[in-house]
Design a protein around this ligand. Structure first.
Ligand code: ATP
Ligand code: MG
Length: 635
């Protein structure tokens, strides 16, 4: 039996029905660990396996590139010969591809840069404000601009979206200047990827027709966290006729409301597409006691689809005796909690550490935990969205690549010089830069490469040779870049621990990019893909993963530690203030629900009597889960 047939034979009846679904709209509304992601992956593979002679493609979009890579790897294992017919990615990567191929209709040059670094965007905004004579240093407007873009709102007329007309006017002016500056720089930010793709298909419906013909089946994972803009994009792309859409979602896991997700998108999908609905009632991830606790917790929410049944527990092979899958520990202080949890984790075998995760509502708690684990000699890393180009070395490397692709990219030139000067503490390049405006920066790059190698060290030489190779052969790019970067990264392995972290991030990044761009991809495409992925956390083997609950969605771990289960922490201070019946409190409850349902074997919950010196009560969610609260803290 092939791998695919044996995977299909393991499915339940309800899962099989979803996998075998062929034409028309389908909505799979089901709880955590019920196999939604598994169903999508299997369905993609099955559609392709069944039609080896056909040329149609299948599209599956999910929330992160990491999740998409995992799906792609499984699909490749199922149907190695057909994998090229599956487009598995994120909304952003899908839109990026659409704009590379068709963006020229609306004046977008296919080799656009993607501004993923917050610092690039802030610089651009400041320049834009200055150049348009707005006489303001208000880069606070960036988040307002992002919110407008997430709802596909254009600068023109955006002022009237604000109650206070004076500040509305100001935001509109800055928004307009920012968009114009992006366009002059031939650059798009993340918001523009969606907004411009939407503009493209609204202006040129032929592009949507092309996508409907190319991709015969569309699938969306984590549909509950789709934003308004993404939903409207799907709708415009589907037009009046296309209906082969399968969306999977869990309304109890909407945790991105602050980012524009809402129950509304689920309702709109139902109303617009009239999908058949299938439920997957059984959880195969968590032991029965965790499933029971999750059910008891989430019934306290009122904003949910009443049609959805409580989760049933389907997992049969259990590692621990009944009642030992959940542990609740009370500590006297936040410090004690950190030390206590770190000590517990230090008892787990090193080879298992990749299966351990610590989840918290806030970053601050994770940072404290990271220190605690370091003190206990446990390898750990915070999986956070961050700029992967923080260190001067890597800033230098990425700017060198950008410059090789776009010889006149002034911003990359500045970054290259800035990073270089910080790194080597030398003013060697400043004269060059002064005259750089006229010289082609590509030739400058090779000159630099030559002078850099005289400054010192093998590492510099390795970098220089990459720059050199790129400046002379920018087009034989993919293999050259992947090999030489990896080599460079390996050679710099003995550097400081900070660099070590960056190195791991880069190696993982370069490898995943190498897998997802085609063999004959150009440097521009590499850079676009790089920008798209540059903010996702790297995966480091045999390391405890520390995550905010928001970044844990869709994931699972053998051992899950949820810390900070106290009032004003989880639930957050704001939600406690907003009150028991508030939407904020319900979102916090969903956060807790997502957190506890990540555990495959064991769930360790904890809270302290004091956080930041303030006495706190245990989280209301603990009682709702039906757990007995300890009478005294452990000592
Ligand atoms: P989430 O809402 O958290 O994203 P999900 O519904 O996408 O969860 P999956 O991640 O697809 O759930 O599946 C959860 C776990 O259960 C996975 O480890 C998966 O392999 C396993 N699983 C799913 N279906 C079955 C089944 N029929 N038999 C055994 N294991 C299963
Ligand atoms: Mg999933």
């Amino acid at each position: 039996m092939s791998e695919l047939s044996s995977a299909i034979s393991e499915l339940t009846e309800a899962q099989t029905a979803a996998v075998n679904w062929v034409d028309g709209p389908l909505f799979v509304l089901a709880g955590p660990g019920s196999g939604k992601t598994r169903v999508l992956t299997t369905r993609v593979a099955k559609l392709l396996a069944k039609s080896p002679e056909k040329s149609f493609r299948v599209m599956a979009l999910t929330f992160t590139n990491k999740a998409a890579d995992e799906m792609a790897t499984r699909i490749e294992a199922f149907v190695p010969e057909q994998q090229h017919r599956a487009k598995v990615g994120t909304f952003h990567s899908f839109c990026m591809q659409m704009l590379q191929q068709h963006g020229s209709h609306i004046g977008i040059n296919p080799d656009f840069a993607i501004y993923s670094l917050q610092s690039d965007r802030v610089d651009l905004l400041r320049d834009a404000i200055r150049e348009s004579g707005l006489n303001s240093d208000d880069d606070r407007f960036l988040s307002a601009i992002d919110k407008l873009k997430a709802r596909l709102i254009q600068p023109e007329g955006s002022a009237k979206r604000f109650r206070d007309s004076a500040s509305g006017e100001r935001i509109e002016q800055v928004f307009r200047a920012y968009e114009a500056a992006l366009s002059r720089a031939n650059a798009l930010d993340f918001g523009s990827l969606i907004a411009q793709a939407y503009r493209l298909i609204s202006t040129y419906p032929g592009v949507a027709v092309h996508y409907r013909r190319t991709y015969a089946y569309w699938m969306f994972d984590e549909f509950q966290d789709t934003t308004d803009g993404q939903y409207r994009l799907i709708k415009a792309l589907a037009g009046d006729s296309f209906r082969n859409i399968v969306a999977v979602a869990d309304d109890d896991q909407i945790i991105y409301q602050w980012n524009g997700a809402s129950f509304q998108q689920i309702q709109r999908f139902r109303a617009d597409f009239q999908p058949t609905e299938i439920q997957l009632p059984t959880n195969y991830r968590c032991p029965p006691s965790i499933v029971a606790a999750a059910n008891q917790l989430v019934v306290n929410n009122t904003q949910r689809t009443m049609s959805k049944k409580p989760l049933e527990a389907g997992k049969t092979t259990l590692l621990y005796p009944d009642g030992q899958h959940i542990r609740l520990t009370r500590y006297s202080s936040e410090e004690e909690e950190t030390i206590g949890v770190a000590t517990e984790i230090s008892k787990i075998e090193t080879s298992q550490l990749g299966e351990v995760s610590v989840l918290a509502r806030t970053r601050a708690l994770l940072e404290r935990m990271l220190k605690g684990l370091a003190d206990a000699d446990v390898p750990a890393a915070i999986a956070q969205r961050r700029d992967n180009f923080r260190s001067p070395q890597f800033l230098w490397l990425s700017s060198a690549l950008r410059l090789a692709a776009r010889p006149l990219d002034r911003r990359a030139l500045d970054a290259l010089t800035g990073a270089f000067n910080r790194w080597f503490d030398t003013a060697i390049l400043s004269d060059d830069v002064a005259s750089a405006a006229e010289i082609s920066s590509r030739s400058l790059l090779s000159e630099w490469a030559a002078s850099v190698s005289s400054v010192g060290g093998e590492r510099v030489e390795a970098l220089a040779s990459i720059a050199m190779r790129l400046s002379s052969h920018p087009s034989t790019f993919r293999d050259a870049i992947t090999n030489s970067l990896e080599q460079f990264l390996q050679e710099s392995a003995e550097d400081s621990s900070d660099l070590e972290e960056d190195r791991a991030a880069w190696t993982a990044l370069v490898r995943s990019i190498g897998q997802s761009i085609g063999r004959d991809a150009q440097l521009e495409q590499f850079l676009q893909e790089l920008a798209l992925r540059s903010k996702e956390p790297p995966v480091v083997p045999n390391t405890v993963t520390l995550m905010t609950i928001h970044s844990a969605k869709g994931k699972e771990f053998d051992h899950v530690y949820v810390i900070g289960l106290a009032e004003d922490v989880l639930p957050s201070f704001q939600s406690v203030k907003a009150g028991e019946q508030s939407p904020e409190m319900e979102e916090e409850r969903r956060n807790c629900f997502v957190a506890i349902t990540r555990a495959r074997e064991r769930l360790c919950l904890s809270y302290a009597d004091r956080y930041r010196g303030w006495a706190k009560k245990p989280s209301r969610f603990l009682q709702e889960m039906g757990l007995d609260l300890p009478h005294t803290p452990v000592s």
